[in-house]
Design a protein around this ligand. Structure first.
Ligand code: TAP
Length: 516
């Protein structure tokens, strides 16, 4: 991959797992690794130890984006005609390479983003699963054949590639989310320019490196690093990006929707969440606690599907709270590439500040701070953005900590009198991404499927844990109705064309045009 310099030996972090060189990374535009025309860069630092400088990346300009879009637009003309099964062979090679490189890419991801290595291995595995799915899907780009309303006429639909995709991704799944977009985009015959989050640029360079080594033509994929307001915004408003796929906050999603909507682009938006786990009186307590610890504090609460509310029926409430606090105490904070660490830092200073500010808001609103609540300090933590896993009890549905996305390890527990109230509280948010219900009552499980307003509902499992071949996305302010993952992503990245062949030997009018 594009490394132009190796600047210095990094003095920080004495552990064996540390990477010692500081590198300069580049964009990939028009088939070449290159710097930005601005000559400016930004730093990528380890959030577990900010003295650990991983490398610098180009702070790109609108001009860089325009060059990238022009290049992939040209490549689209021939890439769209490459048979999908031939693309499938490239995906086969890509999956092999990713399996070989899983450990290296996971290490890099933990270093730049903070989540523990067992989680970043899962992130890379999600990429592998997404690519495996594409291998099969490349031979299954199904259309329909349907009977015509007229004699001697044949009707079918085909999937049709769309053009250039502008892809904008967040930092919490630095490789998995980019793969959810890049893989089906290419498989369907589109070309792309991707702008990764500035917090996690290395993982996308690693992904691009793997694509190239697997034999994908360099002209069909570009990466341009830089700010959302400049690079991301240009991808949205560029007249030649026919597709925009964005994962990030609802606030930015609304802006993108306005601009892209005016230009009549195909836009997919996966946005915020305020997910709830419901625990009913008949729940298996141990499982419910395990799931709420994993869902609430896995990825330091920085998953769009994180369990930020636990809605507990009153009969089991006190037992649940006591067990939940005990289980949370066992989490071990630290640098995620070190052995035994189960929770990493917040991924940025800004996110840490947001988390701490919501803890103050919760206290002022009158919720009870039952556990945690402070910046975490101590050996191995002082140079990072660590925060204690935090639990509020006595939370009411109208409190801000029960309604607004925090995106950190701050969990609100709400007590309810019955299942009906639990569903009502669960739906009482502008978001609709994930939900979970712990119960042994099959009838309640199906009522939950019917009544919870979310794109994902789990029974007896955590709110986190998507599978690559299933549709992923949310209702209400979580998105605009599209889904990533599985077959639905292939529908988003392709158009349907209706094709007719009349073999009657006459010009037949369609039924609607036959007046007699
Ligand atoms: P955002 O601040 O929205 O940033 C997401 C991406 O958009 C980044 O690459 C960012 O660039 C870019 N961006 C920022 N402003 C932009 C603009 N005006 N035009 C175009 N692009 C722009 O979100 P985040 O803080 O990275 O991620 C956290 C949010 O993402 C949470 O709300 C979370 O729920 C959501 N999320 C949702 C999902 C799904 S699937 N629903 C999955 C993961 C995350 P910079 O690098 O410059 O910031």
């Amino acid at each position: 991959m594009a490394i132009t310099t190796e600047a210095r030996i990094n003095p920080s972090m004495n552990g064996k797992t540390k990477e010692t060189r500081v590198k300069t990374y580049q964009n990939f535009i028009a088939g070449k690794w290159c710097d930005s025309e601005s000559g400016e860069t930004f730093e990528n630092r380890n959030p577990a130890d900010t003295t650990d400088l991983i490398g610098t990346f180009p702070l790109s300009t609108v001009g860089d984006v325009d060059r990238a879009v022009a290049s992939v637009k040209k490549a689209f003309e021939w890439w769209r005609k490459v048979p999908a099964p031939e693309k499938g062979h490239m995906f086969f090679k890509l999956a092999e390479l990713l399996r070989e490189r899983k450990e290296r890419y996971s290490f890099d991801m933990t270093r730049e983003m903070g989540k523990p290595i067992f989680e970043t291995r899962g992130d890379v595995q999600e990429v592998i699963d997404t690519v495996d799915y594409a291998i099969g899907e490349s031979r299954r780009m199904f259309g329909h054949t349907v009977p015509s309303e007229l004699p001697n006429k044949f009707n079918m639909t085909i999937r049709f590639p769309i053009g250039v995709a502008g892809l904008i991704t967040p930092w919490n799944f630095p490789m998995a989310i980019p793969s959810w977009k890049t893989v089906p985009a290419l498989a369907c015959g589109n070309t792309f320019v991707i702008k990764p989050a500035q917090i996690t640029p290395l993982s996308v360079n690693n992904l691009i490196e793997a694509f190239l080594d697997a034999g994908f033509p360099p002209e069909v994929l570009n990466v341009v690093h830089g700010s959302g307001s400049k690079v991301g915004n240009r991808l949205v408003e560029h007249p030649d990006t026919a597709i925009v796929s964005f994962t990030g906050s609802s606030a930015v999603g609304r802006q993108i929707g306005e601009v892209g909507g005016r230009m009549l682009k195909r836009i997919s938006m996966e946005l915020g969440g305020k997910n709830a786990q419901i625990v009913l009186n008949d729940a298996d307590l141990e499982m419910a606690v395990d799931a709420a610890v994993w869902g609430g504090f896995g990825t330091t609460g920085q998953r769009c599907t994180a369990t930020s509310r636990v809605i507990v029926e009153e009969g089991i409430h006190d037992k649940f709270v006591a067990a939940y606090i005990e289980a949370t105490k066992k989490l071990k904070l630290g640098y995620g590439n070190d052995k035994g660490v189960t929770m990493g830092p917040a991924s940025s200073e800004a996110q840490l500040k947001t988390d701490l500010s919501y803890i103050e808001i919760g206290k002022k609103e009158g919720a009870t701070l039952a556990y945690g609540g402070k910046r975490a300090i101590g050996p191995g933590l002082d140079n990072g953005y660590f925060i204690e896993p935090t639990i509020f009890t006595g939370v009411k549905r109208d409190m801000r900590i029960a309604r607004e996305e925090i995106f950190g390890p701050v969990v609100s527990i709400l007590k309810v009198k019955d299942f009906k109230e639990a569903i009502d509280v669960c739906n009482d948010t502008e978001y609709g991404l994930s939900s979970a219900v712990f119960t042994k009552d099959i009838n309640k499980a199906y009522v939950a499927f019917r009544d919870i307003e979310c794109g994902l509902t789990y029974i007896n499992a955590s709110t986190i844990g998507a599978e690559a071949h299933m549709p992923f996305g949310g209702m209400k302010a979580t998105g605009n109705g599209h889904r990533e993952g599985g077959w639905e992503a292939y529908e988003f990245y392709s158009e349907t064309k209706a094709c007719y062949v009349d073999y009657s030997g006459t010009v037949q009018r369609a039924q609607i045009d036959n007046y007699v």
